[in-house]
Design a binder for this molecule. Structure first.
Ligand code: ADP
Length: 430
């Protein structure tokens, strides 16, 4: 680390802005939000970091400035963040602004230690590093993003918000795999779940839509993007989720298989002669919708079905819906009573046929979709179930950046903003 991170200086009440960074292996996505009113001041991304054709797209959302885009080599994450800082400075919202309260980092894997947003210290970073073996694709990039931001603003609170945090409330019997306990413990093999920031935001927003406190409702959240996961949320706490040790488990996704018999892996090795890496690529990148029909975009799959009666696309759609329905039924049973089923992310927010098919035939469970309401396109949270239905069906656009910014801001404004402390949402499980 370039400078010892000694933590935070309390910010003046005027410091209301939070920069949210989502650092991937070759990209950085960012948003600058003002938490005085939740307004987005700028959004952008840098992609293809380390290549000749790196691209930066920066969109200021206040002050009437134009969207800016350029393609030029950006060598590494440090150069990428410096380029982002320069763009923000040009808008008058630079990283040196006294109005910047904190930088929030999306961190994919927080293991069991982090159940709430956490001010990043050397110790916290070391723990995120210890989790690399269970999140080899994601945590290293997140760490690079954090180190780079710390180097640019060593005096500013940097806060980690973990994708796994919302799921740390799962009871042990939902988190455990039924495998040899010693082996599981030795290698930290258990179900962690992902997309937690989205499940937290959407379940809370759904309660709001029903005019209830999150503690009063049970919600099944279906986060259907290119990656997809379901969660069962009882009174605001996650009690089960479909992703596991890694994001491969659970629903059928754009390119991931979701649940399969684990013996398929041995079969691919012993009978098909595939290597571990080949199997990894097969299950993560060449399976799911793309594996079944060659397309992972639900728009294209629907077009192939609607226009040409394409059989492979129809089968892919049916497999996707069948799995979704099984999880709705399973989480209904886990929760006992359900107040709402909420659809979110790219497919959940936009694909009316997916929503209709997922709850078709579940009237006995109190679930139904009103065809007219389901067909309405909107960016607002909304109910699509008929009035008579016992269980509300909702479409709730997710907003992970807003959720991260809110959690970060709440933490840095609270007295808990001392190094290593966790936010107000719950105790850590050590
Ligand atoms: P992620 O963040 O996981 O990459 P998103 O939540 O942005 O994914 O979802 C992307 C997916 O959403 C696309 O792959 C596509 O299948 C689906 N999608 C986006 N818009 C529509 C639409 N209008 N109709 C159907 N599916 C859509």
């Amino acid at each position: 680390m370039t400078s010892p991170n000694t933590g935070t200086t309390p910010k003046p009440a005027t410091a209301t802005r939070v920069l949210v960074l989502n650092s991937g292996s070759s990209s950085v996505k960012y948003q600058l939000l003002d938490m005085a009113d939740g307004a987005r001041l700028a959004v952008g991304l840098v992609e293809r970091i380390g290549e000749e054709t790196s691209r930066l797209v920066h969109t200021p959302l206040t002050g009437g400035a134009e969207r800016r885009e350029r393609t030029a080599p950006i060598a590494d994450h440090r150069a990428a963040l410096e380029a982002v800082a320069a763009e923000l400075k040009a808008d008058g919202t630079g990283l040196d602004s006294p109005e910047l309260a904190a930088i929030g980092h999306r961190v994919v894997h927080g293991g069991l230690k982090f159940s709430a947003p956490t001010v990043i210290t050397d110790e916290v970073l070391a723990e995120v590093e210890r989790l690399v073996p269970v999140a080899p694709l994601h945590n290293p990039a997140n760490i690079t993003g954090i180190r780079t931001a710390q180097a640019l603003r060593p005096d500013l609170p940097q806060v980690a918000v973990f994708d796994t945090a919302f799921h740390t409330t799962m009871p042990e019997y939902a988190a455990r795999y039924a495998i040899d306990a010693e082996t599981a413990d030795a290698h930290r093999i258990r179900r962690y779940g992902f997309h937690g920031t989205s499940h937290a935001y959407v379940s809370r927003r759904t309660a709001q839509l029903l005019g209830k406190d999150p503690s009063e409702v049970n919600v099944i959240v279906l986060h259907l993007g290119n990656g997809a996961s379901a969660s069962a949320v009882a009174g605001g706490r996650c009690v089960d989720t479909s992703m596991g040790l890694t994001p491969l488990e659970g629903l059928v996704m754009g390119t991931r298989s979701g649940d399969i018999d684990p013996a398929v892996v041995f079969h691919l090795k012993r009978v098909a002669g595939m290597s571990d890496d080949e199997i990894d690529v097969l299950l993560n990148k060449k399976s799911g919708l793309v594996g079944l029909c060659g397309d992972n975009d639900m728009r294209e799959i629907r077009r192939r079905i609607d226009e040409g009666g394409d059989q492979a696309a129809a089968l892919a759609f049916d497999v996707y819906i069948h799995r979704l329905k099984k999880y709705i039924g399973a989480y209904y049973a886990v929760l006992g009573t359900v107040d709402a089923v909420a659809f979110t992310a790219g497919v959940g927010e936009n694909a009316a046929p997916v929503r209709a098919a997922a709850v078709a035939g579940l009237e006995e469970l109190g679930l139904a979709v009103d065809a007219g309401l389901n067909a309405v396109r909107s960016d607002e949270p909304r109910l699509i179930s008929p009035e008579y239905a016992r269980v509300a069906v909702a479409v709730v656009p997710t907003d992970e950046e807003l959720e991260i910014a809110q959690q970060v801001y709440a933490l840095v404004r609270s007295e808990a903003a001392v190094p290593g402390n966790r936010g107000p949402t719950g105790p850590a499980h050590d």
